[in-house]
Design a binder for this molecule. Structure first.
Ligand code: ADP
Ligand code: MG
Length: 826
């Protein structure tokens, strides 16, 4: 295709390097001269080099990249081509047709390169990561948002799961369900949006993928085209080389052309290599873009996966929500049913009640109709009463006044009556006391009775156990004793035969006990030898109690009878005197020695500090006290019978009373004494402790006899202090107190000696001076009897001498009693 002879206007040909720079760098090189406009002919211009490796272009300036400038470059190249064709005749000169052709070729190549560069840049800008990156970022943001949404949904789901499945009460539940419904719809909306967005993104990604494939195809085409072009260019170059070689072989002008071509060809080579480098660079960029594309595809894939996962989760949430929704609907349904049921029930009830109310109303209406006349009469009555009420205060005042006056009068009358009664009562009280005193005085303040026990198994058999005691059928105060064959008679205040019961004996002492309630002190002694029946008389047996228990029972019944006027307290103490030592039988320490002391108040009264007192209110209480005392005594002494026979046992009952109307206070003391055995041990040659015991017993019993004798004969000095017993009983023996001595007697022959001694003692106690009046009367009764023969001293009594005189008898306290001459039967 290369013409053989042509003239090329090289001055107007743009250099390849300049061309390259056109496609590559728009900036003109510093120091580069502004190109002059193309000369009108190639001859008019020399062929100067503007600088090493640099040719001036036909356009005279560097071509910018923009399309306009590119087209202007092409349009600038066209006249040059036409010029070449016109000059095609001259091949050998610088403006030969071959050179021109080459220039045109080069021009054409440049154009192609420019267009390719443009294409590449366009592709690059198309492939350029900006949009895709933006998309990717957007997708990432969207993913992030979806992830957050998913987390939120999960949390809500957890919350829903954590909530109890059972029906929730009332409106709270419905509110929650409404909220859930809202949330559900919101989520559904969001899901729809997400779906839309996802499909858009998918579409976009699809488009991008298509475009990318297209671009790749185009790139491939371009590369193929470029390879072809390169091939062609290299072929041309080879041709050119050949042409140059042939031209070298020709004339000098040809040489010059060759040289020029050589020069040009090297530049073209350089441009080619640059173009190749550029191509290489572009290929690298394409590879890079492919890499980026691959990554993005991967990202897209992962985003697809994520989207699928999210879709699955959304589906799960949807099913969960649907389930919750279903549950909620069910609950709402059941609630609705409940509500309807309740409404129906309430309605039915209300209907029933309504019916009842209607019935009631009807009844009330009829009642009202019947009540109206009654109401009228009531109103009339009310009005009448109102009138009366208005006048009532006056009437009331009047009535009150008169009633007050009547009451006042009645109170006065009652008061005066009361005063009178009180006065009379006091007088009666005094009189009673006086009478009692008189009675006792008549009977004697000190009385002596005898009680003979029956013969017992213990008495044995034989002559020693025969009965030696007889009684007077007409006089219950006489006792006969056959002692050593001689009959001896004694007269006492009363004699009880073995047939006498406990009650019989008690009746004799009853008056004394009653006087104790009136404030008198009383002493009852049981005297006699051991085994004569002292304890039996005082204590008795559980089936047949003695004086002690009966006395307390009597006190209780008397006190109860007087309970409306008097308040009484009864206290009990129990003591024992052994060998002149006083011990508390009810105390916690019965061994403790008690002392008798004068009251520190100067009243002259005696008291025993530490002596236990029990308040008793019933027979049970008494039994408990007796039992306690008995237990104390039993634990103290191994042989109680023996011990009790050698000690004096005292039961002290104190009766304190207060007259509720007068406030008068009384205190009476009842001393019930079971004396020690009176047998005369000392005389039978006893020794040691037995002798000491006997001496103490003798001393105390003698002292008792002396005291009683002194009292009865009203001596100035009464030897109370001679023994513990008399000293302790001082209060109860002196003054207007009363004493009863029960002399216990054994009936059998072997005891006659002791019996005689006991009866003598009894008589001695009884026979002492009783007071002038009584004595006179008694003596008067004796005067007509033979007593004088027996005891002349009786006629002119000498109290002190008689008191201590031995067996004296013949006196009688009973008027009209039979007087006898008592003398030994021998
Ligand atoms: P004392 O206390 O004087 O030593 P007791 O009272 O122990 O004598 O009497 C001795 C015995 O005689 C007892 O067994 C008692 O039961 C009996 N005894 C005494 N008096 C009577 C009586 N009146 N009736 C029946 N038995 C009696
Ligand atoms: Mg006894």
């Amino acid at each position: 295709m290369v013409p053989s002879r042509r003239t090329w206007n090289l001055g107007a040909t743009p250099s390849l390097r300049g061309l390259w720079r056109v496609g590559r760098a728009p900036e003109p090189e510093p120091g580069m001269a502004r190109p002059a406009p193309a000369p009108a002919s190639p001859a008019a211009r020399p062929f100067p080099h503007t600088g090493p490796g640099r040719l001036r272009t036909g356009r005279g300036k560097d071509t910018p990249v923009c399309g306009d400038e590119d087209s202007s470059a092409r349009s600038a190249a066209r006249p040059a081509l036409a010029q070449c064709r016109a000059l095609s005749v001259d091949w050998a000169g610088p403006g030969s047709p071959h050179g021109l052709y080459l220039t045109l070729q080069v021009e054409h190549l440049k154009e192609k390169l420019i267009s390719q560069a443009q294409e590449v840049s366009r592709l690059r800008s198309e492939l350029g990561g900006t949009d895709l990156e933006k998309h990717r970022d957007l997708l990432m943001v969207e993913n992030e948002r979806l992830r957050q949404e998913m987390r939120r949904c999960e949390a809500e789901l957890q919350e829903l799961r954590a909530k109890p499945a059972g029906p929730c009460p009332g409106c709270e539940h419905s509110q929650e369900s409404a909220q859930l419904r809202d949330k559900l719809s919101q989520l559904q909306l969001e899901m729809a949006e997400s779906k839309g967005m996802l499909s858009e993104l998918n579409l976009e990604v699809q488009q991008k993928t298509d475009r990318l494939a297209e671009v790749e195809l185009r790139l491939k085409d371009c590369l193929a085209e470029k390879a072809q072009e390169e091939e062609r260019l290299s072929r041309r170059l080879r041709d050119s080389h050949e042409t140059i070689a042939s031209l070298r072989a020709q004339s000098p002008p040809v040489k010059y052309v060759i040289k020029t071509v050589e020069v040009e060809s090297s530049k073209t080579k350089q441009a080619l290599s640059e173009s190749q480098a550029r191509n290489q660079h572009l290929q690298e960029q394409v590879a890079m873009q492919r890499q980026v594309l691959k990554e993005m595809e991967q990202q897209l894939q992962s985003s697809h996966q994520l989207t699928a996962r999210l879709r699955a989760q959304i589906a799960m949430y949807e099913s969960e929500l649907e389930r919750a929704h279903g549950q909620m609907l069910e609950e709402m349904q059941s609630l609705e049913e409940d509500k309807n049921r309740a409404i129906e029930e309430a309605f039915a009830r209300a209907q029933v009640e309504m019916k009842a109310v209607h019935e009631n109303l009807a009844g009330v209406r009829t009642n009202l109709l019947t009540l109206q006349p009654a109401l009228r009469t009531l109103t009339n009555d009310y009005n009448g009463l109102k009138r009366q009420v208005r006048g009532f205060p006056l009437l009331l005042q009047e009535a009150l006044r008169s009633v007050k006056a009547e009451i006042g009068q009645a109170i006065e009358e009652v008061n005066s009556n009361n005063q009178e009664l009180l006065r009379k009562y006091r007088r009666e009280l005094q009189l009673r006391k006086k009478c009692h005193n008189e009675l006792v005085r008549l009977k004697g303040n000190i009385r002596v009775i005898a009680r003979v026990r029956p013969v017992t198994k213990e008495d044995g058999e034989g002559p020693e156990a025969t009965n030696a005691v007889t009684f007077d059928a007409d006089d219950d105060s006489i006792i006969h004793l056959l002692h050593k064959g001689k009959p001896v008679s004694f007269e006492l205040d009363k004699v009880f035969s073995p047939q006498a019961s406990q009650q019989d004996v008690f009746q004799e002492v009853q008056a004394l006990i009653t006087s104790c309630i009136d404030g008198f002190n009383v002493c009852i002694f049981a005297y006699g030898q051991t085994g004569a029946g002292k304890t039996y008389t005082m204590e008795g047996t559980p089936e047949n109690p003695g004086i002690n228990q009966r006395a307390l029972q009597l006190l209780f019944s008397e006190v109860q009878e007087k309970a409306s006027d008097w308040e009484y307290t009864i206290t009990v103490s129990a003591a024992e005197i052994y060998n002149e030592v006083l011990r508390d039988l009810l105390g916690k320490e019965p061994q403790e020695k008690l002392e008798i002391r004068l009251c520190p108040d100067g009243s002259g009264q005696l008291y025993v500090p530490g002596l236990t007192e029990f308040q008793v209110q019933s027979v049970d209480d008494i039994n408990k006290v007796f039992e306690f005392g008995h237990t104390n005594r039993t634990t103290e002494f191994t042989n109680l019978n023996e011990h009790s026979s050698r000690s004096h046992a005292l039961l002290i009952v104190t009766v304190r009373g207060m007259d509720c109307s007068t406030g008068l206070r009384t205190t009476g003391k009842l001393n019930l004494v079971d004396l020690a055995g009176s047998e005369r041990v000392g005389k039978s040659g006893a020794e040691g402790s037995r002798l000491r015991e006997a001496q103490h017993i003798n001393k105390s019993l003698s002292a008792l006899g002396d005291v009683i004798a002194a009292l009865r004969s009203r001596q100035g000095h009464v030897p109370f202090r001679n023994s513990k017993l008399t000293y302790l009983l001082q209060d109860s023996l002196s003054g207007d107190s009363k004493t009863l001595m029960v002399v216990q007697v054994s009936p059998v022959e072997k005891n006659t000696s002791e019996t005689l001694y006991s009866l003598k003692f009894a008589e001695r106690v009884r026979s002492v001076e009783l007071g002038p009046g009584l004595r006179r009367a008694e003596l008067g009764s004796w005067s007509s009897q033979e007593h004088l023969e027996w005891e002349p001293a009786c006629q002119t009594p000498q109290p002190s001498a008689r008191a201590h005189s031995a067996p004296s008898s013949g006196t009688s306290s009973r008027p009209g009693s039979i007087r006898r001459k008592l003398q030994p039967s021998a």
